[in-house]
Write a protein that binds this ligand. Structure first.
Ligand code: S3P
Length: 172
């Protein structure tokens, strides 16, 4: 029984790395945002716009409740999910959590090419985007850091991730 859960800020590469990892391990890959979009038949942007953030955070909570009923998957969760409703603790109880850590400059470079689908940053650019990321990362870092594995940027390859997971399992 295995659940591997990737956490980190928007633009951390959770989906990209998660898909490769799932393929390598031959288990399904899930993305909490995609599950919510399918369930509600709405985009994340539209959910924020029409129902507000609190409504979205509740959908995230329900999604994790559903996922706790199955196992054997790699899951990438939305950047804010672990920071609401005590979900970081829940995720730690469900499986192996991995924080993909990046500095603010990398996150802002990555995000500035991909703002459209992310309602919290869609309207931001330049210095405003950098300040927003810095403020949020400062706020969220202590939650993400409760993950069982913390991977710095240079360590974020599928091979290394599998090696670190094996080491962790050997210890426990
Ligand atoms: C959010 C991150 C997004 C998405 C939503 C809110 C956040 O997911 O869930 O826009 O609060 O950081 P990604 O981290 O996959 O971009």
């Amino acid at each position: 029984m295995e659940r591997i859960i990737l956490v980190g800020f928007m633009g951390a590469g959770k989906t990209t790395l998660g898909k490769v990892l799932a393929e390598t391990l031959s288990i399904p890959f899930y993305d909490s945002d995609v599950l919510i979009e399918k369930r509600t038949n709405s985009s994340i942007s539209s959910l924020f716009l029409h129902h507000g953030e609190a409504y979205f955070r509740n959908l995230e909570k329900e999604t994790i409740e559903q996922l706790s009923k199955t196992s054997n998957y790699v899951l990438a969760v939305g950047g804010g999910l672990p920071c609401f409703n005590n979900l970081m603790e829940t995720l730690n109880g469900l499986g192996t959590t991995i924080y993909l850590k990046h500095d603010v400059t990398t996150l802002s470079n990555r995000l500035s090419n991909d703002l459209e689908q992310r309602p919290l940053v869609t309207e931001k650019s330049g210095d405003a985007l950098i300040s927003y990321i810095k403020e949020k990362v400062d706020e969220r870092e202590m939650v993400y850091s409760k993950a069982q594995l913390i991977l710095e940027e240079a360590e974020q390859t599928p091979e290394n991730l599998i090696r670190r997971l094996n080491l962790l399992h050997q210890k426990s």
